[in-house]
Design a protein around this ligand. Structure first.
Ligand code: F0G
Length: 494
């Protein structure tokens, strides 16, 4: 199927200024299929949150008004993606769908070899199994939960070398995801190049607020790795947002075609992997490389963990949607929608005095729980408490990205997160501006009443990735008191 969207679409951002002077992100799509959602009254939201053990991951979708947990696998797909799904070639081996997807990825990243996997963490499992050994060190700007879990599961350790600004929730640095090159050099020197499994660049650094990495910084990291003979891996899961920020914040890229920028990013790394639940607005994942030796080292792990080499655990329909979605990533209207909605939501929150991570990044708007609820000690999971409170007062499901998302230290002690964030994710093309206004309004109300929010404690704590399935209970009756105050101000309970 020929899809020439990048040739026909303008390469400008669709932000318009209204006659009133207000800037709004104008949607360059129309909604032709809708899903009914519910806004439960506050008492029912409290009951749902308590039934979910205070963990937004454990809520049922029918109880959620705006699902802002993640943008993973929940981005709106285009009509071209749905159309492509009807044309999938179902077969265990040698499916034409695989070859169409492989060609799309070759064209997108400029890489020759492609290994399919069922999602991003499956790629991480393959990478870690192939390249991490006990006692080895993996260096990265910042970890992602599943990446770190796979590396440490195999006896490796993770060292983060993001620049200091990355850890400051308030900043005007446009590329807070950048590597600190001195820290990178010092880490490699201290560990010894032979003990480094690989260096990993996470584009659009997830856990520090969807903050981008500049192309200039990627070039410097790549040059360093080549000089030292280190393997460089690019996690391109959040590439779409990162690409938008490179295009709009990095002067030399303002007039460069998006396709060129992507190819350069991939060429700087030895291996590029991604979650297609994010990149390409589909589902699935993949590993791409130009190096036959690296491909061969990973190849046999795909049939072992994922499925045969021509589907890798994905349905052929997902693969067709991915092939089209990857190409649509080169449409500036597609990649600007999330960052511009994040900015619209974040600006309203900031005007209301709500502490948010700045500059606004991709993925979602990040509330800074350390400043929102400074009275809650980190041992009582302030970000988890805030995420529960946000749901109770709005029906909006966000995600805890703080101490609850960390793993305990090997001695069992708590590993306090460097940041306590609640992420309100903005999946692509899913929400409207009035829904963002509602979100901003209810969070602003909560901020005015923040002293009512109390801490949480574990009732059931799984040993790995505890944030997914762990159950918490509120310390004291603060949730009931919050509901009481909400009803005084909002008698409808909505
Ligand atoms: N890398 C990054 C940067 C991610 O954000 C994710 C997933 C993964 C890898 C793993 O991919 O979910 O397909 O297995 N992030 C999701 C999120 C879960 O909600 O931010 P996956």
């Amino acid at each position: 199927m020929q899809h020439n969207i990048t040739k026909t679409m303008p390469q400008t951002t669709p932000q318009v200024t209204l006659f009133s002077g207000e800037n709004i992100p104008l949607e360059m799509h129309k909604v032709r299929m809708v899903q009914r959602i519910n806004l439960l009254p506050v008492q029912e939201r409290l009951a749902a949150m308590q039934a979910a053990g205070g963990n937004t991951f454990l809520l049922r979708n029918r109880d959620v008004y705006l699902d802002m947990l993640t943008d993973s696998g929940v981005n709106a797909m285009s009509e071209a993606q749905y159309a492509a799904m009807m044309m999938a070639d179902d077969s265990y081996a040698g499916s034409e769908t695989f070859y169409r997807l492989q060609a799309a990825l070759q064209d997108f990243f400029g890489t020759e070899f492609f290994l399919p996997a069922h999602q991003g963490r499956a790629c991480e499992n393959i990478l870690a199994t192939a390249f991490v050994w006990p006692g080895s060190t993996t260096v990265m700007n910042y970890h992602f939960t599943t990446t770190k879990a796979h590396i440490t599961r195999l006896g490796g350790s993770v060292v983060e070398v993001v620049k200091d600004e990355g850890m400051q929730t308030v900043s005007d640095d446009p590329f807070k995801g950048n590597f600190d090159l001195d820290k990178l050099a010092a880490t490699v020197e201290a560990a010894g190049a032979d003990n480094i499994a690989f260096v990993r660049i996470e584009a659009g650094t997830n856990l520090i607020g969807g903050q981008p990495v500049s192309l200039a910084n990627m070039r410097a990291v790549s040059a360093f790795c080549r000089e030292k003979g280190l393997l460089l891996v690019l996690d391109a899961s959040l590439l779409a947002d990162n690409l938008y920020f490179i295009k709009t914040r990095e002067a030399e890229c303002a007039n460069r075609p998006l396709a060129d920028i992507v190819k350069e990013m991939a060429a700087l790394a030895d291996i590029t992997y991604f979650s297609a639940r994010k990149l390409g607005c589909a589902r699935g994942g993949g590993i791409c490389t130009n190096r036959k030796d690296l491909y061969s080292k990973m190849r046999d792990l795909v049939p072992l963990f994922e499925g045969f080499l021509t589907y890798g655990g994905m349905s052929v329909r997902e693969m067709e949607a991915m092939a089209v979605g990857i190409k649509e990533t080169l449409d500036i209207h597609v990649i600007s929608q999330t960052p511009q909605f994040v900015e619209a939501l974040g600006s309203e929150l900031m005007q209301a005095g709500v502490p948010v991570v700045t500059p606004f990044g991709g993925l979602g708007c990040h509330l800074d729980a350390s400043r929102f609820v400074p009275h809650i000690p980190q041992e009582q999971y302030p970000a988890a408490a805030l995420a529960a409170a946000v749901f109770i007062v709005s029906g909006i499901r966000g995600m805890e990205r703080g101490t609850m998302s960390e793993q305990r230290n090997p001695d069992g002690s708590e590993h306090l997160a460097e940041m306590e964030l609640v992420r309100l994710a903005v999946p692509k093309r899913v929400f409207t501006l009035s829904q963002m206004k509602f979100a901003a309004d209810r969070v602003a109300w909560l901020h005015e009443n923040a002293e009512l929010i109390g801490g949480m404690e574990f009732e059931d704590e799984p040993p790995t990735l505890r944030f997914f399935l762990g159950r918490l209970r509120p310390i004291g009756d603060w949730q009931e008191r919050l509901v009481q105050k909400f009803l005084e101000d909002m008698p409808s309970g909505l």
